[in-house]
Ligand binder design. Structure first.
Ligand SMILES: *[C@@H]1O[C@H](CO)[C@@H](O)[C@H](O)[C@H]1NC(C)=O
Ligand SMILES: *[C@@H]1O[C@H](CO)[C@@H](O)[C@H](O)[C@H]1NC(C)=O
Ligand SMILES: *[C@@H]1O[C@H](CO)[C@@H](O)[C@H](O)[C@H]1NC(C)=O
Ligand SMILES: *[C@@H]1O[C@H](CO)[C@@H](O)[C@H](O)[C@H]1NC(C)=O
Ligand SMILES: *[C@@H]1O[C@H](CO)[C@@H](O)[C@H](O)[C@H]1NC(C)=O
Ligand SMILES: *[C@@H]1O[C@H](CO)[C@@H](O)[C@H](O)[C@H]1NC(C)=O
Ligand SMILES: [Zn+2]
Length: 560
């Protein structure tokens, strides 16, 4: 079904397929062909890292949980998998609140899991399986997590793996800042995983990112969910599960991703033990048909490996959760339908502040709240504020008085020239209306260019005149009369502040020092030395339309 054309006729080597790519082996050969024809430039290494999480330990419904025989089978599966997948270890996520809430047989299963605590890796789920995005303060999240940690310490469960998973992916993405903060505070979490970034589907577009110091890895789907517990009742029939393993979706996931994290649940290892069935058969199939090297790493090492392979994924790109029900379901209500529909982009020095104030006068238009650092601007899309997350951004927007009629806007004049702002804004507020102000670029450049050149010699000899010029330049009022306030001190030889009663206040000894006159030869040498620079300076000042200082005119005359 596949022919290699050596390219003897036209010098172009090809791999020709006798049929389409529906047959799984063609897909495998296609991946090889791409690698072969590109001289291995378009190819992955043969290393494949697998992590299998078993979540909802203790959570399952009574009657569907693991009993003692199931736990023994799990341990045997792990031993068997280690012959195919180097260092394979199941990673168990627990919610302590539900410990011993099954049948008598299942409670004995719980106990055997805890007696086998050292055989597995462990990670915290939420104590009571609550969704973190529903918590609006960090301290109550911390309280919940602390309960689960107490449970772990009581039962000898290790608490230092640095990995955690949130129920229903809640709060991980879209990011709920309080979850990240609480995870770090209670558990020292550095890694988590989710299927939701940037979106659940298509699965092949899932990516990782780093937020607030926590590495978020993409999670893959293995086709087992809480309720997939009987082989015969597998959705679409058991042959669908077997197809997925034998060259289908699950096999391709391992083929095409150097790192795959799969989520399974307690119930998948009781009942028909579909979890064990799936991974043992998957490993067998991969080992029979490929040279891939399967192995397992602890989550923290796995995350470091991931971002070594994909460093460009570290910086997140936030999306608006407005339009997909699943994403709305796990988002903080503050970001649902509340992102500003209007952005004023700038650029700087075009009266953006005036426009901002005029907009605020309208009864239905609501601007962002002032920032202590950047005043009326949020400056979210252009710089590092973006990495503080959507929560941080939304804190700048007041709750509208009338949600149906009020609309929010923000103005940040440096969005206009930012390289990152367009991509980020298009992703988070794709439908926003954008306002920019254009003025004659000459006027804008002139107003942007803030420069007064002072003749230093004149400042010493006639400071009042110079200070008049400075006041005019700055536009300060009222005008201060320096002729009245300064007086020449003949003893010191320079101008000093005139105090009441005729006294003077001069600068200290180190300032306005007098030197013996310069040796004429030295002056002539230095004049020559600086001649070319002075000529250049005069040209520059001329071009800028600035008057030449008296000393410069003198020097130029000498040069002629
Ligand atoms: C691929 O080829 C098979 C076998 O010839 C055929 O049944 C199937 O419809 C084809 N699929 C597509 C997408 O063309
Ligand atoms: C398995 O883990 C041990 C200890 O963590 C390590 O020394 C060993 O190299 C690992 N084996 C493989 C094949 O990665
Ligand atoms: C956080 O929530 C708890 C209960 O939900 C409440 O007792 C506490 O006062 C809240 N703290 C803050 C800072 O709002
Ligand atoms: C979203 O939440 C609602 C209410 O809990 C639920 O009925 C619905 O199935 C959820 N939708 C998705 C796609 O998760
Ligand atoms: C909100 O605005 C809508 C549309 O203008 C209006 O019909 C409604 O009465 C307003 N609601 C309140 C509480 O003012
Ligand atoms: C400043 O004071 C001097 C001396 O009293 C006076 O001659 C001069 O007109 C004043 N200048 C201004 C700008 O008021
Ligand atoms: Zn769960």
């Amino acid at each position: 079904t596949v022919v290699q054309d050596l390219g003897l006729h036209d010098g172009i080597r090809r791999v020709l397929f006798g049929n389409n790519l529906s047959f799984w082996l063609h897909k495998l050969i296609f991946v090889d062909a791409v690698s072969f024809l590109s001289g291995r430039r378009l190819s992955l290494s043969l290393d494949r890292y697998l992590l299998v999480d078993i979540d909802d330990i203790f959570v399952g419904k009574e009657g569907t949980r693991m009993n003692v025989r199931d736990v023994k089978a799990l341990l045997e599966t792990q031993t068997l998998l280690r012959t195919q997948v180097a260092n394979f270890t199941f990673n168990l996520g627990f919610s302590g609140k539900f410990y011993h809430t099954g049948t008598e047989e299942e409670d004995a299963g719980d106990d055997l899991l805890l007696r086998s605590v050292d055989e597995f890796w462990w990670f915290p789920h939420m104590w009571s399986h609550m969704q973190p995005h529903l918590f609006h303060n960090e301290s109550s999240l911390v309280e919940q997590m602390a309960l689960n940690k107490e449970f772990a310490l009581e039962h000898g469960i290790p608490v230092d793996m640095g990995y955690a998973v949130a129920p229903h992916h809640s709060g991980v993405y879209p990011v709920h800042g309080q979850l990240y903060a609480a995870w770090k505070q209670v558990w020292g979490i550095q890694v988590t995983s989710t299927e939701e970034y940037p979106h659940l589907k298509p699965a092949r577009h899932r990516r990782g990112f780093v937020h607030d110091g926590i590495m978020v890895l993409p999670r893959q789907t293995c086709g087992l969910f809480t309720h997939t517990i009987f082989y015969k009742e597998y959705p679409g029939g058991p042959q669908e599960l077997d197809k997925s393993i034998q060259g289908g979706e699950l096999f391709l996931t391992v083929l095409l991703n150097p790192i795959s994290i799969f989520m399974t649940h307690l119930s998948n290892y009781g009942n028909d033990r579909l979890g064990s069935y799936t991974f043992v058969n998957l490993a067998n199939f991969v080992q029979s048909w490929t040279n891939l090297r399967l192995q397992t790493l602890p989550p923290l090492q796995l995350a470091r490996k991931y971002f070594e392979l994909f460093p460009e994924q570290r910086d997140p790109l936030w999306q608006d959760p407005c339009c997909r029900e699943r994403e709305r379901n796990i988002s903080d209500e503050r970001i649902i339908d509340r992102l500003p529909p209007v952005l004023v982009l700038g650029p700087l020095r075009t009266s953006t502040t005036a426009l901002y104030l005029f907009l605020l006068m309208h009864p239905s238009i609501v601007g962002s709240l002032p920032s202590p650092r950047t005043f009326e601007e949020v400056q979210f899309f252009n710089g590092n504020n973006y990495h503080k997350g959507i929560d941080w951004y939304m804190d700048f927007f007041p709750t509208p008085a009338n949600v149906t009629s009020d609309f929010l806007f923000e103005k940040s004049a440096n969005y206009f020239h930012s390289e990152e702002a367009p991509k980020r804004a298009a992703s988070l507020v794709p439908k926003a209306k954008l306002i920019t102000i254009l003025i004659d670029p000459s006027d804008r450049a002139y107003s942007w260019y803030q420069l007064l050149i002072i003749d230093g010699q004149q400042l010493r000899s006639d400071p009042a005149a110079v200070m008049d010029g400075v006041q005019k330049f700055l536009g300060v009022t009222p005008r201060y009369n320096y002729s009245e306030a300064l007086t020449f001190d003949p003893q010191k030889g320079f101008w000093c502040q005139l105090l009441e009663g005729g006294k003077t206040k001069c600068l200290g000894k180190s300032k306005g020092r007098k030197y013996p006159p310069m040796d004429p030869q030295a002056r002539a040498f230095l004049s020559g030395y600086y001649r070319d620079h002075n000529v250049e300076l005069s040209r520059l000042l001329h071009r800028l339309g600035q008057p030449l200082p008296a000393w410069l005119r003198q020097e130029l005359r000498k040069a002629r």
